[in-house]
Design a protein around this ligand. Structure first.
Ligand SMILES: [Mn+2]
Length: 336
């Protein structure tokens, strides 16, 4: 991972870049907006004249809005002027589908695309990327950006340290998923003046009514299957699929698959508990989401216990196919 920053700055120099565009996935979460914020500050250190715009299709998430207000920063939601950009960054985003229609547009441009991410790389994204900075062991994209600061031997300002802290805290579910390298980074960030309690307070905004309703509906519509002893649940909601899937895991499922279908467009979120992953070895991103993505003529990917799929078709067939894959895979690892 040495020299990652050098590779980025070489591309900027080679293109004599005047304008850089940083894109994050739709409904951008704190890791996406905070890593974009920190990266833009880092790039400015190398080239103060560089114009940088951060954009995300649709809106950023509710908690991201609170954070942006705290940082006095903004993320554009209108389509950026791709034609004026010299280089495009994709942060915390492993498929172009997560950029909605912008994804197709940027893959048709002949611009260098630099991807910085901690989700399992998607082959299509690899194809369009000029440079792909990926670390699966990183807790978050913010942790990768923090490493870029260290590589540059640049001390992050307090606001950048706060942003990096927030992205890491969010993606590690308040550090329950953090490993040793993450805690070391956090200790450094605290030394830079981050007030931990103040930052955690920013992240804990009450859930809004529509998300609560989506979670409750997901529970009431849930279909429970026992596959070789594993509790697998399927459900559907119009929005907040990821939140609903998390809720179903909290309720007691080993694996939760929650979809939405709108005029043939399908989007599915899946979550599993740690026991499911450690005992079955089923990696949701690689073993389920990407296969389902192919079936739905779309894309799927993600982490071991958290993944998503976008595509076209009908939800019922998608769920049937998922159950079929699971029956094949779980045959050899029943739950005692
Ligand atoms: Mn992330």
């Amino acid at each position: 991972m040495n020299g990652m920053l050098h590779e980025i700055t070489s591309i900027l120099e080679e293109k004599n870049a005047g304008t850089a565009l940083i894109l994050c996935h739709h409904n951008a979460d704190p890791d996406a907006v905070c890593s974009s914020y920190a990266l833009s500050k880092l790039l400015k250190q190398f080239k103060p004249t560089l114009k940088i715009e951060v954009a995300s299709p649709e809106s950023v998430s509710r908690v991201s809005k609170v954070i942006l207000e705290h940082l006095h920063a903004s993320v554009m939601n209108e389509r950026p002027d791709f034609e004026k950009a010299d280089v495009i960054f994709m942060l915390d985003t492993n498929t172009t589908q997560q950029l909605d229609e912008w994804g197709k547009q940027i893959s048709e441009l002949r611009l260098p695309i630099i991807v910085i991410d901690h989700h399992a790389p998607h082959p299509e994204t690899r194809k369009i990327a000029t440079l792909y900075i990926y670390r699966e062991d990183a807790s978050s994209t913010c942790e990768i950006i923090y490493d870029l600061f260290r590589e540059a031997e640049i001390r992050p300002s307090k606001d950048v340290a706060e942003a990096l802290f927030l992205g890491i805290a969010y993606d590690t579910k308040h550090f329950t998923l953090a490993g040793a390298s993450t805690f070391k980074a956090i200790a450094d960030l605290v030394d830079l003046g981050v007030d931990v309690q103040e930052m955690l307070q920013l992240l804990s905004i009450p859930m809004d009514i529509s998300e609560r309703i989506a979670r409750l509906k997901a529970c009431s519509r849930m279909k429970l299957m026992r596959i070789y002893g594993w509790l697998v649940v399927f459900s559907h909601v119009g929005s907040f699929q990821a939140s609903a899937a998390r809720a179903l895991i909290d309720v007691g499922a080993n694996l939760a698959i929650v979809g939405s279908e709108d005029k043939g467009e399908i989007s599915i979120s899946m979550r599993s508990d740690n026991e499911f992953y450690s005992k079955t070895g089923i990696h949701l991103g690689r073993d389920l989401a990407s296969r389902l993505g192919e079936l739905l003529h779309g894309m799927g990917g993600g982490h071991s216990t958290s993944a998503g799929v976008n595509g076209t078709g009908d939800l019922e067939s998608a769920f049937k196919y998922t159950a079929k894959i699971l029956r094949e895979k779980l045959k050899n690892c029943p739950r005692e």
